[in-house]
Design a protein around this ligand. Structure first.
Ligand code: HEM
Length: 420
């Protein structure tokens, strides 16, 4: 079924999303969004939230089709910037410059061009070459907590792992890696990952952009003088060839790669460890059949998708089933709902490491399909395998888990575990 055929109910009257069971900020929703998603999938697969001028699309077939529709644009920087008063927008110009060329926020032909150049550097071979380094980093992080017999697996492991890997891959100086994470987190926070007031976030992000660009400028210059065998040198080299990344495109997308890899991979690891601990028969099945590891990680991506929602803006009127999305309106794709669509996944609320053909949308789809999917999968697989192999008695230290309060991401604040 494609989007034009999809039956959909139109919410015609001004309706806050709570009208059809979706209050994105409600603690119950953040703790467990799946009852609300089930209702949307069944009754309101395409519906509009009046106050935010946003359409929510939940069915797998619609999300899959619409992510490939060029009438829906990723160029949404104005939406972020317009939240600021005019004088603050001027002050945030360096921030706008850095975000303007970011893959995630560009459309074709610019997107195709920049993505092609980045892919010259960010190759499957380079990612596969990271395998021993990822394994070493995993073992190092687990060595530090082993004798304690208990830890918070997010703070001690799932959070630091991806930032150490991407920083190492880029060849950023080890002593500066903490600062890079803080700077790039500040930029991310401006885009919505924080409850702080938007003006404050913009000021903080702009200050971090200034420091980061000064710092990265020095690193780029050093790499140009003396190229190394790392991702950053390869990105700079791609820039030196006939068609090349401009200096700002380089800045934007190095920051994009750092941001893109952090929260997502942390959530994949945390959510999948939690789900395996909550489903002991699946954990035993995986232990008995290690060949299921890759499939178990795909099922983890489907079952508790690290990114629950991505969005686009309509460049022109777009018909979806019975409704018309008007030019300028936002469309939010509920990946977490689409990945539990019973039309595609039988018994969608069952976590099953043997589930065949898991065509999930956790990495998005179409031209913006996650460029780091292979790296995220590799880190996820090595992390899950190592944690359960090294700590066969691993168990939850608390029955209650606490999810982070962001509807866009699904990830744990902490994952207290013990294994002694
Ligand atoms: C399990 C881990 C990951 C998940 C679930 C994930 C998810 C996603 C999703 C859903 C998108 C599409 C966004 C959209 O269409 O609006 C995306 C794009 C992207 N991801 Fe990932 N990601 C993961 C890991 C990574 C890693 C490790 C990196 C970097 C090394 C990365 C970098 C990016 C970038 C740069 C984009 C933008 C691609 C484009 O616009 O062409 N991601 N990711």
């Amino acid at each position: 079924m494609d989007a034009s055929q999809a039956p959909a109910r139109l919410v015609q009257t001004p309706a806050p999303s709570s009208h059809w069971g979706l209050d994105l900020t409600a603690p119950e929703f953040l703790a467990d969004p799946y009852p609300a998603y089930r209702r949307l999938l069944r009754e309101f697969p395409v519906c509009r939230d009046e106050p935010s001028n946003t359409w929510f699309v939940s069915r797998h077939a619609d999300v899959h089709t619409l992510l490939r529709d060029p009438r829906l644009s990723s160029d949404q920087l104005d939406i972020y910037m317009e939240r600021l008063p005019a004088e603050e927008q001027a002050a945030a110009a360096p921030l706008r410059d850095v975000l303007t060329h970011r893959l995630l926020l560009t459309d074709n032909p610019t997107h195709h061009r920049i993505r092609g150049l980045i892919q010259q550097a960010f190759t499957p071979r380079r990612i596969e070459a990271m395998r021993p380094i990822i394994q070493e980093t995993i073992d190092d992080l687990l060595d530090r907590v082993e004798s304690a017999g208990r830890t918070d697996l997010i703070g001690a492991f799932a959070d630091p792992l991806p930032s150490r890997i991407i920083a190492g891959m880029l060849g950023l100086p080890p002593e500066e890696r903490g600062r890079y994470k803080t700077w790039t987190d500040d930029i991310y926070a401006f885009m919505g990952l924080s409850a702080a007031p938007v003006g404050e976030r913009a000021r903080q992000a702009t200050a971090s952009v200034r420091q980061l660009t000064a710092h990265l400028g020095d690193v780029f210059a050093a790499v140009r003088r003396q190229p190394r065998d790392d991702l950053l040198s390869a990105l700079v080299a791609a820039r030196e060839q006939e068609d090349r990344l401009t200096e700002t495109e380089l800045f934007s997308n190095v920051v994009g790669l750092i941001n893109g890899s952090h929260e997502t991979t942390t959530n994949l690891i945390g959510n999948t460890v939690l789900t395996l601990l909550q489903n002991p028969e699946q954990r035993e099945r995986l232990a008995a059949e290690p060949g299921l590891l890759a499939n178990a990680v795909e099922e983890g991506l489907r079952y508790e998708s690290p990114i629950q929602m991505i969005s686009r803006r309509a460049r022109e009127d777009v018909r979806i089933g019975a409704v018309t999305v008007q030019r300028g309106e936002r469309v939010a794709f509920l990946l977490g709902a689409a990945n539990r669509d019973p039309e595609v996944f039988p018994e969608p609320d069952r976590f099953d490491v043997t589930r065949p053909e898991i065509k999930h949308l956790a990495f998005g789809g179409g031209p913006h399909f996650c460029i780091g999917a292979a790296l995220g999968r590799l880190e996820g697989q090595l992390a899950i395998e190592t944690v359960f192999r090294r700590f066969p008695r691993l168990r939850l230290a608390k029955a209650e888990v606490c999810w982070r309060p962001y509807p866009v991401f699904r990830g744990l604040r902490a994952l207290p575990v013990e294994w002694a």
